[in-house]
Design a protein around this ligand. Structure first.
Ligand code: ADP
Ligand code: MG
Length: 689
């Protein structure tokens, strides 16, 4: 995950090692937490606070309570009731009463406690054999005057890593605060700060690390969340305004391609498809270039919308491009669309990196001279050699698989005036959609074509594998087809290929010996991949053993069952995408989830899959389970990891920031906003073309 590169003042140029008490060793450990500069450290926020604002006299200890007490050490004892248990007991007196502070298996602490020294402890009270006992969670010796950062009041609890204790973290944090906080420049211009009555950036940071109350800390966090989100939204507007300054193509209602295409469809468009199409066509008629995001769950019928939009540009005399993330998908779209286009007299071509050089050159030439009207391809399309005669619209399918950099590459390619339609099936919850695509207009197909049955989803324990195979065979005998998905292998194409091949051989010789099987995985030569997919589409292959290469877009309506092995390794949205490969026709279809549900998270994901067929509801669930940082697709979207903003909770702040960003972007040449605008473009520089 890319780290948010803030440029808040010089603290961000100062390596943490510059702080007293941080050497190379600790520096390395801190980097594990994403902290390499003092600025990073200051933006390393507590994940919770403990309220120790009240000191409880020892006379008032009540069992079960979490308390902070101070006392003078009156005695130290070490017990060893069992071989693997040591109990360290320190007797404290404070003039009102006495109590035992207790540590388990930390006998090494014994040396640090001397009778007569003062100690503050934080922990839970219990009564053990009529003795008042505090099981210590945190403590500090109460000796030097430097210890003001301690443990009284509201105490921040920081995310830690092995080797950096809470004490160490607190100590270096207070050093950083003392030495650098004053040098943190203010992010917001006064007009905004005064309007919302927000603290200055440095002041807010201080309130987060050394709050007077938990409420104050939360207000300060929200204030910085607003700053962060405002800057991010301004960055997005930075891209958008560049986009809008371009001269676009007013696509008029001309010709008959779109009408003829609709007429020859074997089904009527859904209400949602019609609405979305109107939104897109309205945009295309404008002379500013369109930049629109189209979201629709798997199977909601986005392809038709893409084709119709492309035909609109073609009937206006321009060329259209459809860009997809995988060769399999490019091939599939091409095969499906080619015939329809031939009927309409539209010259269509496929461009992927697996073509021979001559083929590529021929296609390039025909794109340049305008013979090819519609080009379908992978990212080979944005390679520099490709030139168009007159490109009118680019549609990007399954955008979440491309990532921000490729989207940016396309925008920056100087394609100039073409409209842009970005499609995604990743059901992004609204808050995240605003965060990623605050700069895009937004359409959603919120309806599936009629007659779709929800996919019957079952968890199948490993011991029932044979039964699952029998069930699949039954469907195969009825003429249906099946997917068997291999477990996810991280980070190694080679091992993935081997694992997939092995599963394929096992099934071919074992359970499915009497059927025809095919195998596809990412690393396979393209031609082979295409051949297998084509045979599967034709029904010559009954069972397709596959890795996640089939995750996006693959549309074989006769395949009605998918078995997902190692389901515990997939994210929720990914499982939903895979499940979306079936249930694309009107037959009853099945998704069998197989794996070992050892972790709590895996169980929660599978439970959600069983309960929900709707991608948006699942996405909300996924976001809750994993948090925005790990949410599927976030990495690919290349979103920064926010420090203060919590996308799960800060939806309102985000909307406010978005609204303000829009207004500020329009007035960015005004002296009061110029600096803020610059800062935004700079701070998120790496998230841009
Ligand atoms: P996705 O949104 O996942 O890309 P597709 O465009 O692949 O979905 O459509 C899924 C299937 O639904 C395809 O087989 C397509 O032909 C069919 N389809 C699309 N629109 C309709 C509709 N309005 N009525 C019936 N079937 C439709
Ligand atoms: Mg699709």
């Amino acid at each position: 995950m890319k780290e948010l590169r803030s440029t808040v003042g010089s603290a961000f140029d100062v390596p943490v090692e510059r702080l007293e008490g941080v050497g190379p060793e600790r520096g390395k450990l801190l980097r594990k937490l994403g902290i390499s500069t003092v600025g990073d450290l200051l933006f390393h926020f507590p994940h919770r606070y403990e309220d120790r604002s009240q000191l409880t006299p020892l006379a008032q200890l009540a069992p079960g309570e979490l308390v902070t007490c101070w006392g003078t050490i009156a005695g130290v004892e070490e017990l060893r009731p069992r071989a693997n248990l040591t109990i360290l007991k320190v007797l404290l007196t404070d003039g009102t009463d006495q109590a035992w502070a207790v540590w388990f298996n930390q006998a090494y602490l014994k040396r640090s406690f001397t009778v007569g020294a003062k100690l503050i402890v934080y922990g839970r009270v219990s009564m053990r054999r009529w003795e008042k006992t505090i099981t210590v969670e945190d403590y500090e010796k109460f000796s030097s005057s430097e210890n003001t950062a301690f443990s009284q009041g509201i105490v921040p609890v920081y995310p830690l890593t092995k080797g950096i204790s809470k004490k160490v973290m607190r100590r270096i944090m207070s050093k950083a605060i003392k030495e650098y906080m004053a040098k943190i420049p203010d992010t917001l211009p006064n007009v905004i700060r005064d309007h919302y009555k927000l603290p200055a950036t440095g002041e807010a940071l201080k309130q987060i690390h050394c709050p007077g109350s938990i409420q104050q800390a939360e207000r300060a966090r929200k204030s910085l969340a607003y700053e962060e989100l405002l800057l991010w939204q301004l960055r997005l507007y930075g891209e958008k305004t560049q986009w809008e300054q371009r001269e676009g193509i007013p696509h008029l209602i001309k010709g008959s391609l779109t009408m003829n295409y609709i007429r020859q469809l074997p089904f009527p468009l859904t209400q949602a498809q019609k609405r979305v199409l109107t939104e897109i066509f309205n945009d295309m008629e404008q002379s500013t270039p369109m930049a629109r995001l189209l979201q629709g769950d798997v199977g909601s019928g986005k392809t038709v919308i893409a084709v119709l939009s492309l035909l609109r540009t073609i009937e206006n005399g321009y060329q259209g491009a459809l860009m997809v993330p995988t060769e399999i998908l490019a091939e599939q779209h091409y095969l499906k669309i080619k015939e329809q286009m031939a009927g309409l007299g539209v010259e269509t071509a496929l461009l992927t990196s697996s073509l021979t050089r001559e083929e590529k050159e021929r296609i390039s030439a025909n794109l340049k001279n305008g013979t090819i009207k519609l080009i379908i391809g992978t990212h080979a399309l944005i390679q520099t050699q490709v030139q168009f005669a007159d490109l009118g619209l680019v549609v990007i399918d399954e955008q979440h698989r491309f990532g921000v950099s490729q989207r940016a590459e396309l925008l920056a390619k100087g394609l100039g005036k073409p409209d842009l339609l970005i499609m995604t099936a990743t059901p992004i919850p609204r808050t995240l959609a605003l965060t990623f695509y605050g700069d895009l207009d937004y359409s959603v197909i919120d309806q599936l074509p009629p007659g779709r049955l929800p996919v019957v989803t079952r968890y199948v324990p490993e011991r029932d594998r044979q039964k699952a195979y029998d069930f699949i065979k039954e469907l195969l005998r009825q003429g249906q087809q099946a997917y068997v998905v291999c477990p996810l292998v991280e980070d190694s194409d080679k091992i993935e290929a081997e694992a997939a091949t092995q599963l394929f051989q096992e099934l071919q010789q074992g359970a499915f010996a009497s059927f025809r099987l095919g195998l596809v995985y990412g690393r396979m030569p393209s031609q082979e991949k295409e051949l297998i997919m084509e045979q599967f589409r034709q029904g010559d292959i009954h069972v397709l053993v596959a890795t996640t290469v089939i995750e996006v877009g693959v549309d074989v309506p006769n395949a009605n069952i998918i078995l997902i092995n190692g389901c515990e390794r997939f994210g929720l949205a990914q499982l939903h995408q895979l499940r979306g490969r079936v249930g694309r026709g009107s037959a009853k279809s099945y998704c069998l989830l197989m794996g070992r549900l050892k972790s709590k998270e895996a169980r929660a994901r599978i439970k959600a899959m069983l309960a929900q067929n709707d991608g948006f509801a699942l996405a909300e669930e996924d976001l809750k389970l994993r948090g925005p940082g790990d949410f599927f697709g976030v990495r690919q979207h290349g979103m920064p990891q926010f420090k203060a903003a919590d996308l799960l909770r800060d939806g309102q702040i985000l909307q406010l920031a978005q609204k303000d960003a829009r207004r500020i972007a329009q007035r960015r040449d005004k002296p009061e906003f110029r600096q803020l605008w610059e800062l935004a473009q700079q701070r998120f520089a790496e998230f841009s073309p």
